[in-house]
Design a protein around this ligand. Structure first.
Ligand code: G3H
Ligand code: 13P
Ligand code: ZN
Length: 304
């Protein structure tokens, strides 16, 4: 099956009340894991790459792998630019066959974010490429007083979507990127999701949504990793966010942790091993498990 647009996947998720996982990919093993998980779970899936992923692996190679794998995939797949920083980055992704782009103007002031996002919509929509934008600034609610975090304002979101014509909107409700999301108890404003959804009426996106599973952290630490204080989003909050209108959930950290935990285990238990396939194969398998769990929790399993 050829790659599909993000809009096609997310509009269905929005009417069906579930979320499609978006996995960050940087290498062959993660791309293969995502396709395998999608096939086993009969789930739609989004593979996404940041500009840094492009610097590491090349957008051309990543895209070629995804397009080729999609040909024999029974599940619908979109290839998405994650956190695009400029119109140039967006054009580069489109030229490389991405079917969707994110333009991240969340650090800009409201009007500048609208202006940049609108320019991206103008170049992407005519060639059938979907656009995700972000309004608000990610970070824990406890840091909100420091001023860097800005929860998404529902009324502003309504205006933003009307004036830009984006297909999906990423919102800030207390999640953050990485493995250290909360110093104290996890706290999210999932109630905001519903208020935003009612006003924008398009699919909403949750970034920084990894759960930082205790089992995986324990496994990595058991083989020497140092991850003290790592804390993620409780699955209950994820379920609540989906119920209130989230339809795309970005996962990178949980894949990085699974990959690392598995590699540490193999290298510790079998110090004589030096065949990369024997080291990376189990890491790929643990990522498949992680991805399948996400599909089950997000409700995308069985929707392909
Ligand atoms: O949100 C971004 C992802 O977690 C990964 O970012 O590829 O720029 O390190 P990166
Ligand atoms: P995590 O760091 O929680 O996996 O979030 C990833 C993300 O939002 C990528 O855009
Ligand atoms: Zn993100």
């Amino acid at each position: 099956m050829a790659l599909v647009s993000l809009k096609e996947l997310l509009d269905k998720a929005s009417s069906g009340g579930y979320a499609v996982p978006a996995f960050n990919v940087n290498n062959l093993e993660t791309v293969q894991a995502a396709f395998q998980a999608a096939q086993l779970e009969h789930s739609p899936v989004i593979l996404q790459a940041t500009e840094k992923a492009g610097e590491y692996a090349g957008f051309d190679l990543l895209s070629a792998m995804v397009h080729k794998a999609a040909e024999s995939s029974p599940a619908p797949v979109a290839l998405h630019l994650d956190h695009g920083g400029s119109v140039e980055a967006v054009l580069k992704a489109i030229r490389n066959g991405f079917t969707s782009v994110m333009i991240d103007g969340s650090h800009l002031d409201f009007n500048k974010n609208i202006e940049l996002t609108r320019r991206v919509v103008e170049v992407a929509h005519p060639v059938g490429v979907s656009v995700e934008a972000e309004l608000g600034r990610l970070g824990g609610i406890e840091d909100e007083v420091a001023g860097e975090v800005q929860l998404t304002d529902p009324e502003a979101a309504g205006r933003f979507v009307k004036e830009t014509g984006v297909d999906a909107l990423a919102v800030a409700i207390g999640t953050s990127h990485g493995a250290y999301k909360f110093k104290g108890e996890p706290r999210l404003r999932t109630d905001l999701v519903k208020r935003i959804k009612d006003l924008v009426n398009i699919p909403l996106v949750l970034h920084g949504a990894s759960s930082v599973e205790k089992e995986i952290v324990d496994m990595a630490e058991g083989y020497g990793a140092r991850l003290k204080g790592a804390k993620g989003i409780p699955l209950e909050s994820i379920r609540e966010a989906i119920k209130n209108g989230i339809n795309k959930i970005n996962i990178d950290t949980d894949l990085r942790l699974a990959f690392t935990a598995s590699i540490r285990k193999v290298l510790t238990e079998r110090p004589e091993e030096f065949d990369p396939r024997k080291i990376l194969g189990p890491a790929r398998e643990l990522m498949v498990q992680t991805m399948r769990n996400k599909m089950q929790v997000f409700g995308s399993s069985g929707k392909a």
